[in-house]
Every structure is written in C-alpha cells, then in structure tokens.
Design a binder for this molecule. Structure first.
Ligand code: PHE
Length: 452
C-alpha cells in the first residue's frame, strides 16, 4: 500500500490557506459562546490558566499529530487510519480513531448548529432594534421565547445546516477555502472593533481583564480542570479528525509544528478577546458572569441595548458569531463527507447532502431540548442537548485525543513521523516525548481526578 502525495478531494493553495482553514475550524462557538460562559461558571482566572496550559502542553502536540497523520494518509480520517495502520503493521483496533471521530462530529454538530441558528436569529433581532432599551426581564423573556418555540429553533437550525451543506458541497477549493479566505479576516476585524467598543463604552475593561487573569485557586475544582481540558480540545477542534481531514489537504513542504503553534495562538487570542468583549459588558451592567449557556444570548443583548450604537454593534457581534460558527461547522462534516466520497465513489454534492441531512436530523434532538423535550432527561438530569455537549467535549474529544497521541507516539512508523514533521532532533524528541508520555497521562489523570 502506498501513502499518497496529493488528496483526491483537493488541496489548500498555500500554507496561509491551511492556517486560515484550520484556524477557522478552531475559532468558533467554542471561543465566543462557550469559553466565556464556562470560564464564568468556573470562576475565571485559575480556570483560564489551566485552559491555556492544556492548549499548549497537550493541544499543540496532539494537533501536530493529527495534521501529520492526515497529511501522511491523504484521505478521510477513517481511510487514512486504515492505511497508516496497515503501513505500520499496527493493531487494526487503532482504526477506531477514525470512526469514533466521525461520530463525535455528528454529536457536536447536532448542538452546534442549534446554537449557531440562535446567533443568526439574534443577528436579525439586534439589527432591527428589538433590544434597544431592553430590561433584564425582557432580554430573558426574548431568549425564552426563541428557544421555547420549536418551529423557530428548527427553522434557524435548518438555515444554518443548509449553509454548511452548500459550502461543503462546493469542495475544498471553491467551498472551504473560498469561504475562510473571506470570513476569517472579516472575523478578526469585527472582533477588534468590538473589543474597543466594549472596553470604551462600558468603562469596565480592567474588571474584565482581572476576571480573566486573576489567579483564584479556591474556585477551581477537579471537575473544573476536566472542563478546562475538554474546552481546550473542543476549541482546537482536536480529537475527532477535523484537523486530520484538513491536514490531508496540506501541501507537503509546510512545517507542521510551527503551523500548529500558530493556530493554537490565534485560537487563544480570539477566546481571550471574546472574553474581553463579554465580561466588561457583563460587569458594567451588573450581570452574572456565571449565567451559563444563555450568557451570550441574554446578557449581551441587554448590555448592547443600553449603549449608543448598540443595535448596530450588537448585530455586528452576532454576525461575527455566525461567521465563526460556519467556518467550524464545515470542518465538522468534512471527515464524514470525505469518507462517503471515497467509500461510495459518489459526488461531493450527494455526500454533503447525506451527511448534512443526518446531522440535521440528529440536531432535532438538541433543538427540542429547549421546548418539547425540555423535561426529557437522559442521564443525571441532562437533556439531549446537555448530553451531546457533555459526552462529546468531556469524554469523546479527550479520549480521541489520547488515542491519537498514543498512535502517533507509539504505533506509527517513525520514518513517517520524522518525515512529516521534518524538524531537528531536539524538536522531534520533545514532540515525541510529550506525545508518548505527557499528553496521554495528563488526560488520564484529569479523567480520574474528575471522576473520584
Ligand atoms: N473548534 C470549534 C469551536 O471552537 C468546534 C469544533 C470542534 C470544530 C471539533 C470542529 C471539531 O467552536
């Protein structure tokens, strides 16, 4: 069996385009919606530090592993794993990495598309001035009215899924690359504008900073550390094959380790900047930093509603969220779409429709978790939505990440990893040591401590 040199699905046209696509995958609801609220729920400072530690200590080496496995296999993660296993004479059980990843992709997208749908709805609501001068009760009621209406939630969810399918169906060059090329720079500009706006108009820039960076260990639990680690995997799109799929389209001469570091840095900067938009607004309006998943949807419209230019900047904010979500959702479906194309020799349009359709169907479970299925609990008082979020982020992604690290560190032929990473002995051995020992044991330790 020969490992290919080009992917049949297409290739990124340059290093920059790979960085934009992978950063596009990484930067998403995880940074703007999820990071601030989980940081808020877990007390800020110390949580943020653990999170950043996980990103660079565990995340970057695993990201490098995913990219190299994708680039060596040059196919969908499922088939790349099959060929890498065969080439390295490894145990066929390793192939579970590809399958588990595709499943995690469906689970994540099932709640991701629902939240992204809310963001689109809020873009229109904010822009129409619906929140100008709103009170806390009204903002709460508006959120409840949207999420409580199954038709509205499914409608927005459907719209978001259709956009994802439309982009994915156009392929790597005309779809994915063309989209990130425009949306990623736009996203960055919008974010800078919003940080300045929130900082200046709220007068609480320093409070926001100190919430994110003041080190308060008492507020941190082992459960919180697990959540920080899960968040690190989620925000970097690791552990499920999205980055592996994108790695398959990466030009051969590009350096993997430095690129992975760049992507992690960009992602961290965006998460911190989102915190610097949200927390100053939260504090200026006497709101709760620990409000949970509704944080972005209740507190921000309220805060924007009190400020001059708030309707405009609020709409800009939700546009930003929508852009960020789209550049991530296309990477959530790519592993499964690429696999279906390879497996059934079908066209990309058909594959995108089938995979997107299935993800849409599963998303109904999350969409209904806020209305007709709100009282349907699966385990531990978790709705379908809570369950998908918890299992995918805190269990499947870290577990997938560990398997990827173990496979790249122990099972793959070393000539493959050496050739793909092509760095000096010090960098190579550092990567290998972290991948073999540090990353897997750190993840297991956190698992154990959080459970007991
Ligand atoms: N990283 C994305 C975010 O932060 C979510 C994601 C997870 C995308 C896993 C792809 C794979 O929103």
């Amino acid at each position: 069996m020969a490992l290919g040199s080009e992917s049949v699905h297409g290739m990124w046209s340059s290093r920059l385009m790979f960085v934009m696509a992978a950063a596009g995958s990484a930067v998403g609801l995880g940074n703007i919606w999820r990071f601030p609220y989980v940081a808020g729920e877990n007390g800020g400072g110390a949580f943020v530090l653990v999170y950043i530690g996980c990103i660079f200590l565990i995340g970057v080496p695993i990201m490098a592993s995913e990219i190299l496995m994708g680039r060596a296999g040059r196919q969908s993660p499922i088939n790349a794993m099959r060929d890498l296993v065969a080439h390295s004479n490894a145990n066929p059980l390793w192939q579970v990495i590809g399958w588990m990843g595709a499943m995690a992709g469906f689970m994540i997208l099932s709640f991701y598309a629902v939240i992204a749908g809310w963001a689109i709805s809020y873009f229109f609501q904010m822009g129409s001035g619906a929140f100008t001068g709103t009170s806390a009760e009204q903002a709460n009621a508006a959120f409840g009215a949207l999420t409580g209406d199954p038709v509205a939630v499914v409608g927005w969810h459907t719209l978001f899924m259709m956009m994802t399918i439309a982009i994915a169906a156009r392929g790597v060059g005309a779809g994915l690359e063309a989209t990130v090329r425009v949306l990623m720079p736009a996203l960055f500009v919008l974010l800078v504008v919003l940080v300045i706006y929130a900082g200046v108009t709220s007068g609480k820039f320093i409070e926001g900073l100190s919430f994110l960076f003041s080190f308060n260990v008492e507020k941190l639990t082992w459960e919180g550390v697990l959540i920080a680690m899960g968040q690190a995997f989620f925000t970097l799109s690791l552990g499920m094959g999205a980055i592996m799929a994108y790695g398959a389209y990466m030009p051969k001469e590009v350096s993997i380790i430095s690129t992975a570091t760049t992507i992690a840095l960009l992602d961290t900067v965006v998460a911190l900047m989102s915190g610097m938009v949200i927390f100053p607004l939260v504090f200026a309006n006497g709101l709760e930093s620990s409000a949970g998943p509704g944080l972005m949807f209740v507190t921000l419209p309220l805060a924007f509603g009190q400020m001059t230019g708030g309707a405009f900047f609020g709409a800009v904010f939700f546009l930003l969220v929508t852009f960020a979500a789209i550049t991530s959702s296309i990477s959530l479906v790519e592993p499964a779409i690429a696999w279906l194309i390879e497996r059934m020799k079908t066209t990309r349009v058909k594959a995108a429709l089938v995979i997107g359709g299935l993800a849409w169907l599963m998303g109904l479970g999350s969409a209904f978790s806020f209305n007709i299925w709100a009282d349907l609990y699966f385990v531990n008082g978790m709705t379908f939505f809570d369950l998908m979020d918890y299992v995918s982020n805190n269990i499947m992604l870290p577990l997938g990440g560990v398997f990827i690290a173990l496979f790249a560190g122990w099972a793959i032929d070393q000539d493959i990893t050496r050739d793909q990473l092509s760095v000096g002995p010090v960098a190579y051995n550092t990567w290998r040591f972290v991948t073999r020992f540090i990353a897997p044991s750190a993840v297991f330790l956190v698992f154990l401590l959080a459970v007991f």
